[in-house]
Design a protein around this ligand. Structure first.
Ligand code: CMX
Length: 427
């Protein structure tokens, strides 16, 4: 059996040879044109990044290393991280060796808790998470080795070492934030040989939660793990990491983007909207009532959270996976029933609004109701869970990018006057 470092070393040689060959033979091959609307429209659809960990075709949804998400929902986050990194699922021996790197890094340094305790009591949990990650930068092995003059060829190894440190510690940090921020009692220490999901459930103090909670957490950590490189959190991480800012700097930066309401915070916004609907109508609302509330929300200038996507043009398979889970474990719950009813109502309304390109639910439309069912009612915490999972993809992308010797990211910007001249001169 090869260790993860040996396995990746072999892959890295192949990836570099492939990249060199591609550049040598096709360096000037034109892949896409960019229109003025794309420049104005947040670079939507501009193909300009290479990302092998996952792809998101608009008619299929998330595919991780060539395998559609639907075939991966029973896997553990450790297996998914291995797959994201290497392109293969691990066998039992490989998984054991790989997981040991995560397990050996569970201990959260005391100064992290001191920093978090010093923050104002009403600090958003995402600020706590990003601050905790950033303050551990002093421990980056990559930064230390860089100072010592490591070779470019080795960047990926120390990025991976930082990734193991970060991913090993994050369940404890995320659990600690939950207990601290919402007055749930003392911090709970990790258990040395527990898997990532089990230890997280243990450390938030929910080991006695009703049947299905462990499975939900495992599913949650798998479904949010990666979504190619163009989304706000991934792109930010890619850009910051390309400056050779280590993983602590880059992941913390990326997660600040995840904290926006149009991105990861949508799970918090969505469950708020669903709970408000149930409160307003004293129980599971009828379809007519939901329809009225959707109209009211749109009229007030707000978006319907959990619906629409910058890339997808179908029901997000991640939403479908959550829906399936909910039907199995909490079909009688009024909050979950409202999610189901909303799904039956909202797409038809959004389809009538011409400017909306995707009327379908995304991952954030269903996740919150399931957490809520298990008594996890601290809504502002939900994006932390998204982050706990997304760090797998952000880290894997960084390791692969360093393995492929990618240079610093530096697209070109132009002023308005340049556009005017360009358009004029071509007419
Ligand atoms: N409700 C109301 N209006 C919506 C909408 C929704 N759910 N989805 C899109 N629109 C609007 C946009 O706000 C935009 O309006 P303006 O032109 O007036 O600004 C217009 O329709 C066109 O948008 P689009 O091209 O269809 O979608 P974008 O690529 O610009 O945006 C997204 C994508 C996700 C930001 C948008 O659909 C949205 O705001 N959805 C609600 C928030 C949400 O669920 N975000 C989570 C996405 C998944 C994730 O990253 O976690």
């Amino acid at each position: 059996m090869l260790s993860i470092y040996e396995k990746l070393s072999q892959k890295v040689d192949v990836w570099r040879a492939e990249g060199a060959e591609m550049l040598k033979n096709n360096g000037n091959f034109k892949v896409s044109d960019v229109t003025v609307s794309q420049i104005y429209g947040g670079m939507r659809g501009v193909i300009s990044l290479l990302c092998d960990t996952s792809e998101v075709p608009n008619d299929k949804g998330l595919i991780i290393r060539g395998t559609p998400l639907k075939e991966l929902t029973q896997k553990s986050p450790e297996e998914i991280f291995y797959l994201l990194l290497t392109g293969d699922l691990p066998n039992q021996e490989e998984l054991e060796e790989f997981s040991s790197h995560i397990r050996n890094n569970k201990e959260v340094p005391g100064y992290v808790w001191d920093v978090l305790r010093a923050l104002p009591a009403d600090t958003h949990p995402m600020v706590m998470l990003d601050t905790a990650i950033l303050c551990m930068q002093r421990e980056s092995v990559f930064a230390k080795k860089y100072d010592e003059g490591m070779k470019k060829n080795d960047y990926w190894k120390y990025t991976l070492e930082d990734a193991f440190n970060l991913i090993g510690r994050l369940p404890g940090i995320a659990a600690g934030i939950y207990r601290m921020r919402f007055n749930k009692g003392d911090l709970i220490a990790p258990v040395a040989d527990m898997d990532l999901t089990g230890d997280y459930v243990h450390m938030i103090g929910m080991e006695d939660a009703p049947k299905g909670f462990y499975e939900l957490m495992k599913l949650f950590l798998v479904l949010h793990s990666d979504h190619e490189a163009g989304n706000v959190s991934a792109l930010t991480t890619v850009v910051v990491n390309s400056a050779l800012s280590d993983l602590y700097y880059s992941v913390s930066a990326g997660l600040n983007g995840l904290a926006g309401p149009l991105h990861g915070l949508a799970n918090q916004e969505c469950i708020k909207w669903i709970v408000d609907t149930v409160d307003k109508f004293n129980g599971t609302p009828t379809k007519e009532q939901i329809s009225d509330y959707v109209t009211e929300t749109l009229k007030s200038g707000k978006v319907i959270p959990g619906y629409g996507h910058a890339v997808l043009r179908i029901v997000d398979p991640r939403f479908e996976a959550f829906l399936e889970f909910g039907k199995k474990y909490c079909s009688e719950n009024p909050i979950f029933q409202t999610v189901v009813q909303t799904f039956e109502v909202v797409p038809d309304i959004l389809k009538q609004i011409e400017k909306i390109k995707d009327p379908w639910p995304n991952v954030d439309a269903g996740s919150g109701a399931l957490l809520y069912h298990y008594g996890f009612k601290e809504l502002s915490y939900y994006t932390v869970l998204f982050a706990l999972s997304r760090v797998l993809g952000l880290s894997a992308q960084a390791v692969v990018n360093r393995a492929k010797l990618k240079p610093i990211t530096r697209p070109k910007s132009v002023p308005y006057s340049w556009l005017v001249e360009k358009v004029k001169s071509s007419s």
